[in-house]
Design a protein around this ligand. Structure first.
Ligand SMILES: NC(=O)c1ccc[n+]([C@@H]2O[C@H](COP(=O)([O-])OP(=O)(O)OC[C@H]3O[C@@H](n4cnc5c(N)ncnc54)[C@H](OP(=O)(O)O)[C@@H]3O)[C@@H](O)[C@H]2O)c1
Length: 176
């Protein structure tokens, strides 16, 4: 059983993480939901009970094994070191550590072996990259790839909860 914390639990990504932990029956011994002071008092359902959001602090990582981080790069840069110091492994969904040489950038279907050399932080790529490399890997293995020409069409949801609200408001205003 694993003690899990979601950093950015109230966001678009954090909420998906919460849903996925439940859907996959992830063996959570405990689950801490961390966000900003704006979310103080909010509660979210998990396995038949309500979990209250805690304000993210340097001391939030006591008794936590895995931190799923999606509160933005600056928050990851500031708080991941405290989580590592407290003994947790940070799986970072932001761009904070993606280009750091001593942090493995892992997509489980592509390079799971790189998890072995982590020093407390494991990064994962941008949302459009992850799904693309999962499809490209078998092609690469079979025949190699010389060049890729890539165009991405990013969804509004990729910019976070505030952007979704903005689009809904603007759409209603235009329709009116
Ligand atoms: N959306 C996507 O498809 C996607 C995909 C891959 C990666 N990402 C990355 O994941 C991160 C989060 O994206 P998102 O779309 O989930 O953003 P979002 O909906 O704006 O959510 C941001 C989360 O971070 C928390 N947060 C912000 N400032 C904080 C602070 N000072 N202290 C503690 N918590 C704070 C927010 O808490 P409050 O609610 O309390 O403000 C919220 O839980 C970004 O780095 C983004 O680049 C996003």
């Amino acid at each position: 059983m694993v003690r899990v914390a979601i950093m950015g639990a109230t966001g678009v990504v954090g909420q998906e993480m919460l849903k996925t932990l439940e859907e996959r029956h992830f063996p959570c011994a405990s689950l801490n939901l961390l966000a900003s002071h704006r979310s103080e008092g909010k509660k979210f359902p998990f396995r038949g009970r309500m979990i209250e959001v805690e304000i993210l602090k340097k001391t939030s990582f006591k008794d936590v094994d895995i931190v799923l981080a999606s509160a933005g790069s600056s928050i990851s840069l500031e708080f991941a070191p405290y989580a590592v110091k407290a003994g947790a492994i940070v799986i970072d969904n932001t761009s904070a550590f993606r280009m750091k040489k001593d942090v493995p950038l892992v997509v489980p279907e592509v390079n799971p072996e790189d998890i072995k050399w982590h020093k407390g932080i494991i990064a994962n790529p941008n949302c459009s990259t992850i799904q693309m490399v999962v499809v490209l890997k078998p092609i690469y293995d079979a025949v190699g790839i010389r060049r890729l020409v890539i165009t991405t069409f990013q969804s509004v949801s990729g910019t976070g909860a505030e952007a979704i609200d903005e689009l809904l408001t603007q759409t209603a205003e235009i329709m009116d």
